[in-house]
Ligand binder design. Sequence first.
Ligand code: ACO
Length: 431
Amino acid sequence: MSKAELKINDQTIELPVVVGSENEHALDISKLRGQTGYVTLDYGLKNTAVTRSSITYLEGENGILQYRGYPIEQLAEKASFLEVAYLIIYGELPDKNKLDEFTTGVTNHTLIHENMKKFYEGFPQHAHPMGVLASMVCALSAFYPDILETDGEDESLNLHVQRLIAKSATIAAWAYKNSVGHPAMYPQNRLDYSANFLYMMFAKPTEEYEISDTMVDALNKLLILHADHEQNCSTSTVRVVGSSRASLYTSVSAGIMALWGPLHGGANQAVLEMLQRIYDDGGASKQNIDKWIGRFKDKNSGQRLMGFGHRVYRNYDPRATILKKSADAVFDELKVNDPLLDIARELEHHALNDSYFVDRKLYPNVDYYSGLLYRAMEIPTDMFTVMFALGRMPGWIANWIEMTREGQPITRPRQIYTGETRRDYIPLEKR
Ligand code: ACO
């Protein structure tokens, strides 16, 4: 079917049907207002494709996630984060030369301008690292002003892409260092992206820091799993802001701000807070777990099993399956003895065998284990969303480039006005 018909009062109009490469169907309503005077109303745009995109394919019913056609399972198993970043941004897996060139480019831009380093003295010590990251990514446009002239086709764009990926890791690690009053650790070019990030976070000038391969591998996977997720809130924000031809740095900074909201990037923190409440209430005993599972099933309790369910995935979140395996490796290597982990395992076991959760297709999502994993890696809770932002960077960049190259018009949605109809001004003394 290539057309659909819409009947409004006595008028029948034809709506073109757009078919995606994985056979998803959409009705093109871009001429609807001109033809009929009607607009569509879709709160949260949950039923609206806002763009065509060739970056990420996501199919919630069957738990499919593919970057540029490659299944997330294969990428998480076999690729490095920078390799996946290249794939997402440039559309193809790099050959060895291209990957070396890209990796060297990113590695050579991990230093941030010494004047930017002084910004940390201005932020309060307990500034939330997401606020610091968003502000400093935005400030990159002041240090590299030629970005304002750079569009999706400009050759210098590659340099800005490498800068953004490289410097955001340094900015993020130094935000943490600043929060604990430790000296910033300068990046080490001999290390790969994930190892370098762990080094900047945890090394101290006073002692040797041994980087664990298991931790590097886990971080690499975490970043890959978060690298893109099609038109989510922060990515849409990047596109909306970028549609005004705002620069890459400022658009991505806006995306970071959107991610900061608890409904978007805060779910793994909410999981840990829930586990802590259960721990304080009696821990992983059968009686306590049964009580809490009962609460999660009771609509009047106002409590949900955090980290279960997903707006898009109606099956296992494929990222959760990969992460659970990786998390178990880290828990084993570090001999993690975390009562919250015991509670998480018990809850998962109960929920997966309870018809309430099974019938509603509520499975663990990527956040169920990511918070516990970060906690085991000693990454503090405030940094969880920052880690998400570092992972999502390639997706934001790719979407900004795609949108800019395609010359997407400025985003300007409509509304249905529900306020007062016309009325005359009443002078102040008569009100
Ligand atoms: N615990 C208990 N019940 C749940 C849960 C949960 N985690 N999630 C959904 N339900 C129930 C609902 O009460 C509803 O039951 P009903 O049909 O009897 O009324 C049914 O399952 C469907 O729930 P909806 O809210 O309609 O599902 P939706 O797909 O809109 O919500 C959401 C998805 C918001 C993620 C939800 O599952 C939830 O709140 N989960 C917990 C929070 C969470 O983990 N969020 C992170 C998502 S992942 C991410 O953002 C990266």
